[in-house]
Ligand binder design. Structure first.
Ligand SMILES: Nc1ncnc2c1ncn2[C@@H]1O[C@H](COP(=O)(O)OP(=O)(O)OP(=O)(O)O)[C@@H](O)[C@H]1O
Ligand SMILES: [Mg+2]
Length: 173
């Protein structure tokens, strides 16, 4: 049973996966594996995003039959039994990314990706079981609990299409 945890940078993949790992679940950092496997190229200029060869993700040494949570902002590119997309309202995401010292351009690009549901749309292109968890105003522990519920089959309220940041975005203009 492979569960991919994905989402725009800052939505909480690392933080939630730390909770899952602490609780005894098997967790794999797909970015780390992809770097070690030579599937990520450093950008030509500092500040540009690294390029991931998503076509070759299947070549990575992933645990085969155990129950495992695999996380990265491109984890949905891997075929998974269940994909959980972490979401966060753009205003809260902005404050999370500002705390990292990211520049305005990089923050804006990521807020736009979040605003247009980019990762959910991409995840649905490749996977059947795609669900969302809104981390905007819950703790990482609660987000981890919701993920475990989804894996057990309690998906109500997590179906894609329920999260809509459009009102918040319209207030930008
Ligand atoms: N419910 C929540 N779940 C996860 N993180 C949360 C939650 N609420 C607040 N946060 C905060 O949001 C931030 C999320 O950062 P984190 O590094 O986990 O994101 P990420 O999705 O792994 O980003 P990246 O793609 O850049 O690696 C942390 O500072 C965390 O404390
Ligand atoms: Mg992370």
């Amino acid at each position: 049973m492979r569960v991919a945890i994905t989402g725009t940078p800052g939505t909480g993949k690392n933080t939630v996966c730390e909770v899952l790992s602490r609780e005894g679940h098997k967790v794999v950092d797909l970015s780390d594996l992809a770097w070690k496997g030579g599937l990520i190229e450093s950008p030509d200029e500092p500040g540009l995003p690294a390029i991931v060869d998503v076509e070759r993700l299947d070549e990575l040494p992933l645990p085969a039959d155990d129950s495992v949570f695999i996380y990265a902002h491109f984890a949905h590119r891997l075929g998974a039994d269940t994909v959980v997309v972490l979401r966060c309202s753009p205003s809260v995401l902005r404050s999370r990314l500002l705390k990292r010292g990211w520049n305005e351009k990089k923050i804006r690009e990521n807020l736009e990706a979040e605003a247009i549901d980019l990762i959910t749309v991409e995840a649905l292109e490749k996977n059947k079981n795609v669900y969302e968890v809104d981390t905007t105003s819950i703790s990482a522990e609660e987000a981890a609990r919701q993920i475990l519920e989804i894996v057990k089959g309690s998906v109500k309220g997590h179906e894609p299409g329920r999260i809509d940041w459009s009102e918040e975005i319209l207030s930008w203009y």
